[in-house]
Ligand binder design. Structure first.
Ligand SMILES: [Zn+2]
Length: 84
């Protein structure tokens, strides 16, 4: 699957790729997502798939929305400071 974008996310430090799946190949670990564009967290192995490249690229910049590990890092970084 061709990689059309690879970026290190500023919030979580994870490398996020956008993959072109228009030829409808699948990841070997998951046959259930035939969407055409994929955002992949390389560091943690989470993915989300989309119908359009614009959506995949948009979600790729927010891995805390779909990668459990990125969410954990993001939540820890963005924890509100509770001071009396
Ligand atoms: Zn991640």
């Amino acid at each position: 699957m061709p990689i059309v974008q690879e970026r290190k996310n500023r919030q979580t430090g994870a490398v996020i790729q956008v993959l072109d799946n228009r030829d409808q190949q699948h990841f070997e670990w998951d046959d259930d997502y035939p969407e055409k564009w994929w955002a992949v967290c390389v560091d943690h192995g989470f993915t989300c798939s989309h119908d359009t490249r614009a959506h995949a690229v948009g979600w790729a910049s927010e891995p805390e929305m779909w990668c459990d590990e990125c969410r954990r890092i993001w939540v820890n970084k963005n924890k509100p400071v509770c001071e009396p």
